[in-house]
Design a protein around this ligand. Structure first.
Ligand code: FAD
Length: 332
């Protein structure tokens, strides 16, 4: 089922809040079993969907993870797909593969430049931007896929000024206009880049509505789990951090437990404010950690307990087979 259909159906039910979890493919063979165990536990919380990120250097792994997430756990899965180093034949191979696995959801992205390069350069025979990818998917696959795109409440990092890290008003408006072109080309859902200033997100939603973007806009929430990870992600994404968050974290940065508890507190407050504004779908950048996102959901009353565990396997033979396939890919 397309995620957009789930969101539309839920919007008719006054009280229903949906949530989703984002994962990246495991990087080590040891990580494979841990991830399968975690996905099993997370699946018991019935996320509306979950998604798996894409790395051009690990394409097969993303494809196999997408298959596992959709078919072993029976949770609607959205696979990310970027244009980085992807000629159209490879894009189509990826889309044909997930289609044959029964996935109906793709997050269409341009992608970042490959490691060591500053600027994104179109691959020969590939696409220049997410707009081209969305157009291609709609032209070639019709309505089969629900297409999600990325939105940037603080504008995409490419349009931020170097001196103050802010977009010019023109840069911000151009970014919005371009976002609308992606929607007009066939995208039906927007997930935002992470942010910590909830007002920036709410203003962005308002600005999107002003220029005629009507599709759901889902906030991307990064629960702060540890100080180093927080700095790494926010530097990478050039996120604006409200002064009170910087000050609070500075004073507890060496205390892992305190940082995590603060992250859960801040994440809960952000989500409460967003929900109070009538936005009823929350997307968590889990960074493959389960406790912070689940603690926020507990605080919001959206789940009733965290440590539900059951012994893997759901189906011993299937899990063993999937686990060994994934491990083989990491060995190559
Ligand atoms: P685009 O939508 O193509 O836009 C990029 C920038 O170029 C914008 O500033 C846009 O305004 C400008 N632009 C592009 N074309 C035009 C045009 N024709 N006219 C005017 N302006 C234009 N990266 C990964 O590698 N793997 C992932 O799995 C992944 N998942 C992500 C998930 C989410 C929810 C988000 C928010 C980001 C994710 N990223 C991922 C990062 C993303 O690939 C980068 O942010 C990348 O730099 C831009 O991708 P995009 O799809 O937003 O690009």
């Amino acid at each position: 089922m397309k995620v957009i259909e789930k969101i539309k159906a839920a919007s008719k039910e006054e009280q229903e809040v949906l949530f989703s979890f984002e994962y990246f493919p495991p990087r080590t063979q040891d990580g494979v079993d841990k991830m399968l165990e975690q996905l099993d536990r997370m699946s018991l919380h019935s996320p509306a969907y979950w998604d798996i990120t894409w790395r051009d250097s690990a394409a097969k792994l993303s494809l196999e993870m997408a298959n596992v997430m959709q078919n072993l756990f029976s949770i609607e899965t959205m696979m990310h797909l970027t244009c980085t180093k992807m000629p159209v034949e490879e894009i189509d191979h990826a889309l044909d593969t997930i289609k044959s696995q029964g996935l109906h959801n793709v997050l269409a992205l341009r992608g970042d430049p490959p490691l060591g390069q500053d600027k994104f350069v179109k691959t020969e025979g590939g696409f220049e931007c997410a707009l081209d990818l969305v157009t291609h998917i709609r032209n070639k696959y019709g309505d089969y896929f629900g297409i999600t795109i990325a939105g940037y409440p603080e504008a995409h990092p490419d349009v931020l000024r170097i001196d103050d890290g802010l977009p010019t008003s023109e840069g911000y408006q151009n970014d919005l206009a371009y976002l609308k072109r992606k929607v007009d080309a066939g995208a039906d859902l927007i997930i935002t880049q992470l942010f910590f200033d909830t007002n920036i997100f709410l203003n962005f939603v308002n600005d999107c509505r002003q220029i005629g973007i009507t599709c759901p806009i889902v906030p991307g929430i990064l629960p702060i789990n540890d100080y180093k990870g927080f700095l790494k992600m926010t530097n990478l994404c050039k996120t604006k951090i409200p002064t009170e968050i910087t000050t609070a974290l500075e004073s507890i940065k060496d205390n892992e437990e305190a940082v995590r508890a603060y992250g859960i507190h801040i994440g809960t407050e952000m989500c409460k404010k967003i929900l109070a504004h009538g936005i009823k779908t929350l997307h968590f950048y889990t960074v493959n950690k389960e406790i912070p996102a689940l603690s926020i959901l507990m605080n919001l009353g959206l789940i009733s307990e965290i440590n539900i565990s059951r012994p893997l396997p759901i189906n011993e033979e299937d899990v063993k087979k999937m686990s060994s396939e994934l491990k083989k890919m990491l060995r190559r």
